[in-house]
Ligand binder design. Structure first.
Ligand code: PBG
Length: 322
């Protein structure tokens, strides 16, 4: 007798019944770039369809995402050079761009989850996630700044703060600072396993936040390593993270699976700017069907173990899934 796995694939109905993984917008977070001004939309050339938005348009676009079933957004501010300094002082300004954007979003859309990025790079004149001192990134000078930044974001109304800096000990320091300031309901999405990846290129164009010297390899992880990721997972869990993230997405699907199997916490995957750019570029050349391939990548991330997916395609995919 021939064993026939194809019987379970005979019709859409049959395939639906045996499908192991589902994809729905309620798992998406939409990363957005915010800039100064009013009615301003500055397209990002390496990310077709994405733009830096002034606060008014940010609110409009977030409302569109929310109406399509996307529960949250992740915010990244694009600052002019005159606001950047070596210690990222602007990051704790209660009237700063990011804090104003958070307040506007929460006022217009109280149920939208607003996730803010905790790292120095958008605010740093050196373009690094930590403080550069004598040619090195100083971990212990950076951590208290990150903790203050997180509190400033919580005060503006952030639901979840997301340290993406990869300094040692920052999750615990942020948790303590949030609790001490009365924000014990504000969660932490730890960019726990973040690799030093070439796939962040378009993002750095969007924010003009590329390192002005050197690279990020002394704090972001070596793409060759996975045991090291498991070590980061244990630390961030112990320090009080609510979600753990693996970043980038698809090239690190194996890491995602390892992390999913190790922790009881929700695991997020970040489908980063370069992954989005690759699909858009191929589609613009007529080499790939964008709609089909973007949904496939998102499904694959879910299958690999992602509970939550940060994706620039959140709105497009939500429309396709509607
Ligand atoms: C920086 C940060 C980066 C991204 C999110 N937060 C870039 C970097 O580490 O240089 C990348 C996201 C993307 O490429 O979409 N703290």
């Amino acid at each position: 007798m021939l064993v026939r796995p194809r019987r379970n694939r005979l019709s859409p109905q049959m395939r639906g019944l045996v499908r192991e993984t589902s994809l729905s917008p309620d798992r998406f977070i939409y990363p957005m770039f915010v800039q100064e001004g009013e009615a301003q939309r500055t397209p990002i050339s390496s990310m077709p369809g994405q733009a830096r938005l002034s606060v008014d348009l940010l609110v409009e676009t977030a409302a569109q995402a929310f109406a399509l079933g996307v529960p949250g957004v992740a915010l990244f501010p694009a600052l002019s050079d005159d606001l950047k300094d070596p210690r990222g002082t602007e990051s704790t300004n209660s009237q700063g761009l990011l804090q104003r954007a958070v307040r506007a979003l929460k006022a217009a859309l109280p149920s939208l989850l607003v996730i803010t990025d905790v790292a120095l790079d958008p605010y740093s004149s050196d373009g690094h996630d930590g403080v550069l001192l004598d040619g090195r990134i100083d971990n212990d000078i950076t951590v208290p700044i990150l903790a203050q930044m997180a509190v400033a974001q919580a005060r503006a109304g952030a639901d979840i703060v997301a340290p993406s800096d990869m300094m040692d000990g920052r999750v615990g320091a942020i948790r303590s600072a949030l609790d001490a300031a009365g924000f014990n309901q504000v969660g932490i999405c730890a960019y726990c396993v973040k690799y030093a990846s070439a796939f962040y290129g378009p993002f750095r164009e969007a924010l003009d936040s590329a390192p002005r010297g050197g690279d990020k390899k002394t704090y972001q992880m070596d793409p060759a390593n996975v045991r090291e990721a498991l070590r980061e997972v244990r630390l961030d869990e112990a320090e009080g993270a609510d979600w753990l993230m693996v970043k980038p997405g698809l090239p690190y699907a194996d890491v995602l699976r390892h992390v999913r199997d190790l922790t009881a916490l929700p695991v997020a995957s970040y489908q980063v700017s370069g992954e989005y750019a690759m699909l858009k570029a191929a589609a613009q050349n007529g080499w790939l069907d964008y709609d089909k391939s973007i949904l496939e990548t998102l499904l694959c991330l879910r299958r690999a173990g992602a509970d939550i997916i940060f994706t620039y395609a959140a709105i497009e995919a939500a429309k396709l899934l509607a």
